[in-house]
Design a protein around this ligand. Structure first.
Ligand SMILES: [Zn+2]
Ligand SMILES: [Zn+2]
Length: 219
């Protein structure tokens, strides 16, 4: 039985923990024991020991005033050194997340202007699409009445037919097994739509949508 946890092990636990936390926030199903099992196989400890470690991470998050994953009750039985190391790893990962985003926004003088391609080649890409119920889309758009259900602003423009332009978004995506029902669909402005897919705050936005619209059901 190994005793001391290496930084590498703790880092892997934190990464797995954050992944579960993200899935929980966006309402995607996950199996905790699967995470423990994978870590156990990777590091040669018992799955149970990883479950305890996860609860220690909940404890550290709780101490940091942040939410912890449901079902992983904070457990205090963690040495000071380990607790500090966990907190250090969490802050480092979170800082890196922020740095990455900032880096993409900063102008970079070392970039030369790219020539691009005059006539881009055509390729066909096989795509998988889901049949959607047009009545669901119509109903949701009619309910929204020209206002984004996310930010509450009026649609930014009207289309050729003079209708306010909003897009429908599935809160749990069809690819993730989400349903095509009004309880899973919202009408949003293009900005909010992109933000719901790619924004750093997407899990918070999602939570707010569930709170705001009573017809929605978490899937
Ligand atoms: Zn919006
Ligand atoms: Zn969408």
């Amino acid at each position: 039985m190994k005793d001391r946890w290496s930084e590498e092990e703790l880092r892997a636990v934190v990464v797995a923990y954050r992944e579960m936390s993200h899935k929980e926030a966006i309402g995607r199903a996950f199996v905790k024991s699967q995470y423990y099992k994978e870590l156990a196989e990777r590091f040669g400890r018992t799955a149970k020991s990883f479950e305890y470690r996860m609860q220690n991470i909940s404890y550290v998050y709780d101490q940091m005033g942040k939410p912890w994953v449901k079902g992983l009750k904070p457990a205090k039985n963690v040495g000071t050194r380990t607790a500090e190391l966990i907190e250090h790893i969490i802050s480092e990962i979170e800082r890196r997340d922020v740095d990455d985003k900032v880096a993409k926004l900063l102008p970079d003088d070392s970039l030369t202007k790219p020539a691009g391609v005059r006539s881009p080649k055509q390729t066909t890409v096989p795509t998988m699409t889901y049949e959607r119920d047009p009545d669901v889309k119509r109903w949701v758009l009619s309910r929204a009445d020209g206002r984004c259900e996310c930010c509450g602003e009026l649609a930014p423009f009207t289309n050729d037919k003079g209708c306010p332009f909003l897009e429908v978004h599935h809160l749990r995506t069809l690819a993730d097994g989400g349903s095509d029902r009004v309880s899973n669909v919202v009408a949003v402005c293009p900005n909010c739509h992109r933000a719901l897919h790619f924004g750093a705050e997407r899990s918070v936005m999602l939570e707010q949508m569930y709170e705001k619209l009573s017809r929605l059901e978490q899937e």
